[in-house]
Design a protein around this ligand. Structure first.
Ligand code: SF4
Ligand code: SF4
Length: 82
């Protein structure tokens, strides 16, 4: 079984796990986040394109999981912070 490493950001109500080996840098998650909480980083993903992280918005993540559900590569996992 292959295991993927993740980078974790905490923002607002959400823990944002990004599996950089899966992210292709399409930007869909950035476009669809209702809190404008996702932005580009200088860490590169599977095709050498930039990957993303949370923590960019003023209000923080609300753990809606839109990014997790919309990512075509299943590169994001959101955990709600209690
Ligand atoms: S939607 Fe998925 S593949 Fe596209 S930039 Fe966001 S995390 Fe990466
Ligand atoms: S869970 Fe919702 S608010 Fe949080 S980063 Fe993803 S799309 Fe944005």
């Amino acid at each position: 079984m292959r295991e993927f490493k993740s980078i974790v950001n905490e923002s607002g109500k959400g823990k944002f796990y990004l599996f950089t080996e899966l992210c292709k840098g399409c930007g869909l998650c950035i476009e669809k986040c209702p809190k404008n909480d996702i932005g580009w980083t200088d860490r590169l993903g599977i095709y050498g394109a930039p990957t993303v992280e949370s923590g960019r918005g003023e209000e923080g993540c609300n753990a809606c999981k839109t990014c997790q559900n919309i990512c075509p590569e299943c590169a994001i996992l959101i955990e709600k912070i209690q």
